[in-house]
Design a binder for this molecule. Structure first.
Ligand code: ZN
Ligand code: ZN
Length: 92
């Protein structure tokens, strides 16, 4: 499934267009749901997992992308995000 978050193939944070990785916004048991619902984003290696400013090492960046993922899901689908993903990222 094509991303519902991004139209362009560029880093979600810095707009870089090379050195890109496809990141699943929700991983673990929800990795399949990220694929199914298009909740993926492109990130340069620096913002993916190669620095303290990356989604895999900075919990705030991770949380930010998850909130954005939930908001995009909710405006795109009629299904219940919390029922499917078993968590509400807009809280806490
Ligand atoms: Zn970047
Ligand atoms: Zn990733």
């Amino acid at each position: 499934m094509k991303s519902i978050i991004q139209e362009k193939k560029e880093c979600f944070f810095c707009s870089r267009k090379d050195d890109l990785h496809l990141h699943h916004v929700f991983e673990g048991r929800n990795r399949g749901n990220s694929d199914k619902y298009g909740l993926t984003i492109y990130l340069c290696s620096y913002h993916h997992d190669m620095s303290d400013d990356s989604v895999h090492f900075n919990p705030i960046y991770d949380k930010l992308t998850k909130i954005i993922g939930q908001l995009y899901f909710e405006r795109t689908y009629d299904e219940d995000f919390i029922e499917i993903f078993r968590r509400n990222y807009k809280e806490d």
